[in-house]
Design a protein around this ligand. Structure first.
Ligand SMILES: Nc1ncnc2c1ncn2[C@@H]1O[C@H](COP(=O)(O)OP(=O)(O)OP(=O)(O)O)[C@@H](O)[C@H]1O
Ligand SMILES: [Mg+2]
Length: 370
């Protein structure tokens, strides 16, 4: 099952056109944006479920997959064709499951020395030899008023927080092979999905915001302030876990369980109370992790989280947004990434609805056009 929307007007200078490709565990999402006279235009977007590529007979949408390279290439090729993607510049996301994001506290040092310290410290977090990963890091701006440090000068050398991102080389190599096989792009860049989702979802929020990506394979929580990720936590149970729980407890096919999940969700009053209980139990586990992250952040930074932005298809679970909002008393909204690009009016409602699922793909394409 896949849905594709192809828009008209693809006569563009290819150089200003970028395609974002979000390879998720259950589906691939793609978005093509074009920059024209300073405006960003949505040219096309589309999604393909990977289940049927994993298992042509019984594979279904929503199912977790782990595709061989040739299957993944085939799925992406079909998607790009159906969505009429013409861009020569591709940006592909690297999933949080195959990357690591963590924050190190290190003494404030010269930039040169910092590289060594980060490498050394990172060893403690990364379970594979450092030769197998690519490391990237950014100094997180100080918690207090910026620049205050300089006033007090040398006597008060504080630790600095460094955000470190590590990506397994084999993941990038795998995507490089897919990209070469496709022979469609003249340039291919990569980005960890969390950073793409932030770009796709944020407007001008200054106070701390929690981003919650409810995917099929897991839930990712990031706390972002001034556009910088300050905390990150991954929960390895996502929306497919809810479906599997229903499937096992109610002894039914995955496809049926998937339907019930989307229909019952967290509706206390739904007549199918058994299904409701199973889903609520699964989600409560996620709530407790959210609670921990909020608590840790507010304790360390002494300021409240002002908003929660939801991404990922799983966030569309009925009553999820409402429960979250009332539980923590924090304004909770769906990401609306398509609002960052111009698109035909008649697509407005469709794009708003699909927004949370496409936040990463839009964010990737935005990196190109911005
Ligand atoms: N209306 C809905 N209610 C509940 N769940 C939904 C709804 N729509 C989609 N989902 C779920 O969202 C999940 C897919 O979301 P998404 O496309 O964000 O995941 P993914 O990117 O493939 O996974 P991951 O990011 O974990 O690799 C599926 O598990 C699907 O069942
Ligand atoms: Mg995803």
């Amino acid at each position: 099952m896949s849905f594709i929307e192809s828009l008209n007007g693809i006569f563009s200078k290819k150089g200003d056109t970028y395609v974002g490709i979000d390879i998720g565990s259950s589906s691939i999402k793609t978005v093509q944006l074009k920059k024209e006279k300073g405006r960003i235009l949505l040219e096309t977007y589309g999604e393909v479920a990977l289940g049927p590529y994993q298992d042509p007979e019984n594979g279904v949408a929503g199912q977790l997959t782990n595709l061989e390279i040739n299957k993944l290439t085939e799925a992406l090729k079909n998607l790009l064709e159906q969505a009429n993607v013409t861009a020569k510049n591709a940006l592909i996301s690297v999933s949080s499951a195959t990357s690591l994001i963590f924050i190190l506290k290190v003494p404030s040092l010269a930039q040169r020395e910092l590289a060594g310290v980060v490498q050394n410290e990172a060893r403690k977090y990364i379970p594979v030899p450092l030769t197998e990963v690519s490391l990237d890091w950014w100094i997180i701006p100080d918690k207090e008023i910026y620049g205050e440090d300089e006033v007090f000068g040398s006597e008060k050398k504080k630790d600095v927080d460094v955000l470190v991102a590590a990506v397994r080389n084999e993941v990038v190599e795998r995507y490089n092979i897919v990209s070469q096989e496709l022979a469609k792009f003249s340039s291919t860049r990569y980005e960890i999905e969390t950073f793409s989702a932030v770009r796709g979802s944020f407007k001008h929020e200054l106070s701390p915001v929690m981003m919650l990506d409810f995917g099929a394979s897991g839930v990712r929580l990031s706390i972002v302030e001034h556009g910088v990720v300050r905390k990150f936590r991954a929960i390895s149970r996502g929306s497919a876990y809810l479906t599997s729980s229903l499937q096992k407890s109610l002894e039914m096919e995955f496809i049926e369980a998937e339907k019930i999940k989307k229909e019952v969700g967290l509706n206390k009053n739904h007549p199918h109370s058994e299904a409701y209980n199973i889903i609520q139990t699964g989600v409560n586990y996620i709530f407790s992790e959210i609670q921990n992250v909020i608590f840790d952040f507010e304790k360390e930074y002494k300021k409240p989280i002002s908003k929660i932005i939801l991404t990922g298809g799983g966030a569309r679970l009925p009553q999820f947004r409402e429960q979250l909002e009332s539980k923590y008393n924090i304004t909770t909204v769906f990401s609306d990434p398509f609002s960052k690009a111009m698109s035909p009016d008649f697509l407005g409602a469709v794009l708003e609805d699909a927004g949370p699922e496409f936040a990463v793909a839009v964010g990737l394409a935005l990196q190109g056009v911005e």
